[in-house]
Design a protein around this ligand. Structure first.
Ligand SMILES: [Zn+2]
Length: 403
């Protein structure tokens, strides 16, 4: 083989995630070679090709670059004071009536300069990268008017960020203050004015279908319009109340249905018969003290399970994807293997990106190496056993070492 650009050699334990459902593809003492932005070889160190750059993988656990399939990372403003008030017993509905909660994030995001929004987002995405995350879905949805929703999408798509970004249009996140008395008018405005322009920039259309937000009928109209414009669909489903949004996602061929805390087990079969991935969000479940989704029924029906941070300033100010994998085990009953698949290969499926979250011929050239916690052997279970705090030792994105 000709010389390669980058050789990561002698990784103690590598999980390739390429051996079928539920299999982690564990290999010990292996090397990986990258050339021209592609993974071109995985094998034993003695057979490694010559390389211009070499990285020592001894003492490390290797995973495909992690994938966070659900975040709201693009926002301005602080909700720290609100967090303290909520701990003190003030209900979220009271905060909303006082112009707080998501409405305060909308005001701050509209008022922020492009540079402030960009530098904050970049710092947040750099933090993800340093934890081994190489691909992050980022939603709009804190602007909620034509000018600022498009500005957010232009920002997401016009720069090179520390991680690759999948931009999602979430104009239907909540009804903004100026449209509060007229939800139907706002939906018509989204359909007529915003979505056709947003579709030129976004990869996904998403809707928050729930009590106090958008109805199932609104959701169908927005998703169908987005799909007709060439977007992929996803939906915030069954979080506060069972609405039927998950079954709608399956019917329309959405790549994912996210949340599912109140999913009626009766409709799990509809998800199981589709290619729609269930994206579980244990951070939001914890902060909102919600019940867990019906994981046993989802597993039984063969629904692929992904796990994401839902990073946002209100219901899930959680930036650790591996930490969420741990929480999915502790609070939802996932196994270590399911949790790891949930932040790699199944997260890639949830984004309609089958090349993400595994390592092999045809996969993305993304790799993350972690040292185990002090005193632990190089075994992947410790990355889930220990809650958060894992910084990647080495990160390769698109075949180039970036950490
Ligand atoms: Zn969300």
């Amino acid at each position: 083989m000709d010389a390669v650009d980058l050789l990561v050699h002698d990784v103690d334990e590598l999980l390739t995630m390429d051996e079928g459902e539920g299999q982690l593809g564990l290999r010990r003492g292996v090397s990986l070679a990258f050339r021209a932005g592609r993974l071109v070889w995985v094998g034993s160190p003695e057979r490694a090709p010559e390389s211009r750059e070499r990285v020592d993988g001894r003492g490390c656990i290797g995973l495909p670059g992690l994938v966070d399939a659900h975040t709201h990372s693009l926002f301005a403003g602080s909700r720290a004071e609100e967090f303290q008030r909520r701990l003190g017993g003030v209900p979220y509905t009271t905060l909303l009536e006082q112009g707080g909660g998501i409405l305060s994030t909308v005001r701050a995001t509209r008022a922020a300069s492009d540079e402030d929004l960009a530098s904050t987002l970049s710092a947040r995405l750099q933090h993800f990268l340093e934890q081994g995350v190489t691909h992050v879905e980022v939603k709009t949805g804190y602007a909620l008017d034509l000018e600022h929703e498009l500005r957010c999408l232009e920002l997401l798509t016009s720069r090179r960020w520390p991680v690759r970004v999948s931009p999602t249009f979430l104009g239907a996140h909540t009804v903004p203050a100026e449209w509060r008395p007229d939800r139907e008018g706002y939906v018509a405005f989204l359909l007529g004015e915003v979505l056709p322009r947003a579709a030129r920039l976004a990869e996904f259309v998403d809707v928050y279908c729930d009590r106090g937000a958008f109805t199932l009928q609104d959701t169908r109209a927005i998703l169908e319009a987005g799909l007709a414009l060439g977007l992929k669909g996803r939906v915030h489903a069954e979080q506060v109340q069972h609405t039927g949004a998950a079954a709608l996602a399956a019917e329309l061929g959405c790549t994912s249905a996210d949340h599912l805390e109140r999913l009626d087990p009766e409709v799990v079969a509809a998800l199981g018969a589709s290619d729609t991935v269930a994206v579980l969000l244990p951070g939001a479940m914890l902060y909102l003290r919600d019940p867990p989704p019906p994981v046993a029924a989802l597993r039984e029906a063969g629904v692929p399970l992904a796990v994401a941070t839902d990073f946002n300033p209100g219901s899930s100010p959680v930036r650790s994807l591996l930490g969420c994998a741990t929480l999915s085990c502790l609070t939802m009953g996932l196994s270590v293997e399911e949790a790891l698949l949930g932040i790699t290969r199944n997260a890639g499926r949830a984004l309609g990106r089958p090349e993400l979250g595994w390592l092999g011929p045809g996969s993305a050239a993304d790799l993350a190496l972690f040292r185990p916690p002090p005193g632990e052997p190089s075994a992947h279970a410790s990355l889930i056993q220990y809650l958060g705090g894992h910084r990647a030792e080495v990160v390769v994105r698109d075949g180039v070492r970036v950490v």
